[in-house]
Design a protein around this ligand. Structure first.
Ligand code: GLC
Length: 548
């Protein structure tokens, strides 16, 4: 296959969290018209594709990851016509579009659930969900010990038409507003076949699969052995994750994607505890790519990064899949906050802490942009936005915060809307006459805005743009093999080459150590921070070109 068809093997993909990217109508919440108005920005940034977190109709109990109609657009974000216009205008700029499908669970407002709730538990309509008799004399106890990933019991007791509790429960691995679908039911299978075709027919290039290790539950719903361990970051082997039959679903989906010209592609969101387990989802007749979250949870540590890069690539190579690199998304703390030092629950980072964190976050982006495979950037990552720790609790919307009574601050702090201008009611997120952003932006973000950073060649935005442009211009960075420079890889310094016959080699020097490290032979292409006295200073990544 030509490189053109396999764009997903070395793309830069920009994640848009629709509520937080750009607000076109001034209601304080991002939307599709807003995103369309920022396509020129994305083109200038140089990204190959945009992945939208869910835009479908939803009661928004989990930021749209609770879908009530998979084949429509939430009025909050616009209309199908707006989605089609986004796709058209993105394609006109050679930017591909990836949507986010949520097949593990629906919303309680999905017609399947609305139908079920009006019928007695155990009825045909309930078969589309996991509706199970409870334990105890009258079924008053949950069917097993499964815990919701957002905290609390993973089952909710069903009420009858008069409002009285029955002895039956429905499963929700996430919020009670997100009932798990029963993938043994043909209606569920068809619902997603139809959904894939609906969006592929409209020109969508790819689909991100939410909780891709979910969907199939072990028969009989056996207890998990350690019920206190069911956290989002540590799923391990569970009777509800990574079951062998889930691969059959992906083989089916692959055939649908391959029936299109050009073939459509998938990226799996599957939190698994080893790269080998992830690679099993990427076999030739299954999914094309899967998120590699190992760097997302890694410390700022050269040895750890080298090990993760080596292990991830080795596992993916077994199945011929490209590796993906992610250091931020809408589920984890922003990287400047993570890299700046340890963050205690509600403690806001100091200025020094954030300056260090931002410098490292830039170096991290330069490092992942130099690696073979697909690199993901989360909206605002290019600006170096930090986690907003001190949001008012009344603004927090993440069910993880609510379901743990505030023990977990939740993920709202990485979802605070983008600052586009230095001033204005929402820092240019929406029109100047519009409402403030749905989550309050720190006033300091005016100085991090696109407007400010665009005019400063040493800003994070300018440096990331430069790196993406250099990556596009250097074929070795797109398809060259990776070779470690083992001699230089020590004391926290990570050095590798990208080598491609008949093209200049590119060397990436990522200094995660404490002292300056010498540069390498060749021409400096770009760097995440200024070099000092001809050395790559700590917390800096630099790229060099070598001719033969
Ligand atoms: C995925 C999403 C996350 C969501 C969860 C439940 O992990 O990334 O945001 O809360 O699935 O759908």
């Amino acid at each position: 296959m030509t490189e053109r068809l396999e764009w997903w093997r070395n793309a830069v993909v920009y994640q848009v969290y629709p509520k937080s990217f750009a607000d076109g109508n001034g209601d304080g919440v991002g939307d599709l018209p807003g995103a369309i108005s920022r396509l020129d920005y994305l083109q200038a940034l140089g990204v190959d594709a945009v992945w939208f977190s869910p835009i479908f109709p939803s009661p928004q109990c989990d930021g749209g990851y609770d879908v009530s109609d998979y084949r429509n657009v939430d009025p909050l974000f616009g209309s199908i016509a707006d989605a089609e216009r986004f796709i058209r205008e993105a394609h006109a700029r050679d930017i591909r579009v990836i949507l986010d499908v949520v097949p593990n669970h629906s919303s309680i407002e999905h017609p399947f659930f609305v139908e079920a709730i009006g019928t007695p538990p155990g009825s045909a309509a309930w078969q589309r969900f996991h509706c199970v008799q409870g334990k105890g004399e009258h079924g008053e106890l949950p069917p097993n010990n499964w815990q919701s990933i957002f905290g609390g019991v993973a089952w909710t007791q069903i009420r009858d038409a008069s409002g009285a509790l029955t002895g039956w429960w429905y499963l929700h691995l996430f919020d009670s507003g997100q009932p798990d679908l029963n993938w043994n039911h043909p209606d569920v299978v068809k619902e997603f076949d139809d959904t894939l075709r609906f969006w592929f027919d409209r020109g969508v290039d790819g689909i991100r699969i939410d909780v891709a290790q979910g969907m199939v539950k072990e028969a009989g719903y056996p207890d998990v052995k350690d019920a206190n361990d069911a956290t989002l970051l540590d799923p391990h082997a569970r009777p509800y994750f990574d079951q062998p039959e889930v691969h059959d679903i992906y083989r089916r989906w692959r055939r649908i994607a391959d029936s299109y010209d050009p073939p459509r592609v998938f990226v799996a969101e599957a939190w698994l505890d080893t790269p080998e387990k992830r690679a099993r989802y990427l076999r030739a007749d299954e999914l094309h790519t899967g998120f590699n979250f190992d760097l997302l949870t890694a410390e700022w540590n050269g040895e750890a990064w080298k090990r993760i890069i080596t292990d991830s690539m080795a596992a993916d190579a077994l199945v011929g899949a490209p590796t993906t690199w992610v250091t931020e998304n809408h589920d984890v703390r922003r990287s400047p906050t993570r890299y700046g030092g340890r963050v205690v629950l509600r403690q806001v980072a100091t200025t020094e802490h954030l300056a260090l964190g931002r410098r490292r976050a830039r170096a991290a982006m330069y490092t992942i942009l130099a690696l073979p495979g697909t690199t993901y950037l989360f909206n605002g990552q290019e600006l170096g936005l930090e986690e907003v720790i001190d949001l008012d609790d009344s603004q927090r919307q993440d069910p993880h915060f609510r379901r743990t009574n505030g023990e977990h601050l939740g993920r709202d702090g990485c979802r605070v809307p983008m600052p586009w201008t230095r001033g204005g009611v929402s820092l240019g997120f929406g029109p100047s006459t519009g409402s403030p952003a749905w989550l309050t932006q720190p006033t300091t973000w005016g100085e991090l805005s696109v407007e400010v950073q665009e005019s400063d060649p040493s800003s994070s935005l300018a440096r990331v743009r430069k790196a993406i442009a250099v990556r596009r211009a250097h074929h070795a960075l797109l398809s060259g093999v990776l070779e470690w420079d083992d001699v230089r890889c020590r004391d926290g310094v990570v050095v590798f080459k990208r080598v491609l016959a008949n093209h200049p080699t590119v060397v990436c020097v990522a200094n995660m150590g404490d002292g300056p490290t010498p540069t390498v032979r060749g021409t400096l292409l770009c760097a995440s921070s200024e070099l000092v006295d001809g050395m790559v200073p700590p917390d800096t990544t630099a790229w060099f070109a070598q001719d033969g």
